[in-house]
Design a protein around this ligand. Sequence first.
Ligand code: FAD
Length: 387
Amino acid sequence: MDFSLPEDLVAFRTEVRRFVDTELIPHEDYVEEHDGLPDDVKNDLKKKAVALGLNSMDMPEEVGGQGSGLLAQVLVTEELSRALPGVSSSVVPEASNILMACNRQQRERFLYPTVRGDKQDCFALTEPETGSDAAGIKTRAVKEADSWVINGRKRFISHGDSADFAIVFAVTDPESETDRITAFLVEKGTPGFSIGQLHKTMGHRGYRQAELVFDDCRVPDGNILGEVGKGFDLARDWLRNGRIMTAARCLGPMARLIDEALEWSKQRVQFGEPIGNYQAIQLMLADCAMDLYAARMMTYNVAWDTDQGSDFRVLNGKASAVKVFASEALGRVADRVLQIFGGTGYMNEVFVERAYRNARIERIWEGTSEINRLVLARNMLKLGMFT
Ligand SMILES: Cc1cc2nc3c(=O)[nH]c(=O)nc-3n(C[C@H](O)[C@H](O)[C@H](O)COP(=O)(O)OP(=O)(O)OC[C@H]3O[C@@H](n4cnc5c(N)ncnc54)[C@H](O)[C@@H]3O)c2cc1C
């Protein structure tokens, strides 16, 4: 059993860490205050991120991505996520990998510019009445001659207000059990497509969510992504890696929280002693270390397994397991570290307070903890416990 990481990956990780420390973290206060970066700063950082090879790591090289394996993506994401997501997500271009289903014409308009970071997409599945039960969406697309008329409402859509186009899931055949839903590419400015409410959220300043409204929005046949009726299959394929990457995004904040807790425990003096001398604090530090260690090993393992081409049915179970474990571990770590910081941890100017608020969403998106537990349990009942 060889757990060593390839040398080139370790070297790249060091470079990414330097980028995060020198280029991203210094902008956190601004993003926290202004809910985003100024355009000139964002564009400058985006160029640097692309030059470093951080854009669309999961996309094949022939479409302009980095063609990296999942373990490489996990290691880089762990480093990037040490910075607040409102900074990193706005400067590191990432195309939804479902865009690989673009046909030749669509690739020029949607895929290549998004992979390069010249365009931004958003993934519009969730609706007011359907979240976890995503197959139950109500947004409807009806065929009229050689176009489709979309009506409905999406909500909680990340980058919904800033995206150049949306990948929109709509029901095209309500009678069909298997081929009900189709994915459409809908560009900003298409008549009948507008941005509704901008959601005010608990955390993730600079990473905004919006409502998307479709009111007799007409798109041509050429804007169908993949095949008619197969939209949900595309979305499902996208889910597994999304769950593993969510786990990876929990590792960075956990590691930074623990670093800060160690530093604080050594320098904060109460009753004449650094608080790190007290066993109550030591127990919390030890629990944090165990959470990070376990979450990291699980996440690296499933990423490595994916790169080995293991059975995707087993990987589905593992992806749910790591997503739940890492997101809940992050919640526990953030809570303990805030406690170690005392009142200082409750103040908005410290990373701990921001990380505590940001952590909460990780248990909700990419399948809630409950849904992922159900996926895992059903997987186990069918295939047994994975090794
Ligand atoms: C910040 C943020 C960003 C998001 N970004 C996007 C995006 O870009 N694109 C997009 O399409 N969506 C996005 N979402 C939506 C997200 O995927 C959903 O919020 C998530 O899937 C949960 O759906 P819901 O909020 O409707 O909760 P619900 O599905 O209503 O669930 C409510 C509660 O019921 C539980 N529950 C539901 N069904 C079951 C069951 N069968 N058994 C046991 N418990 C159950 C859930 O676990 C949860 O605790 C985002 C959400 C947020 C908050």
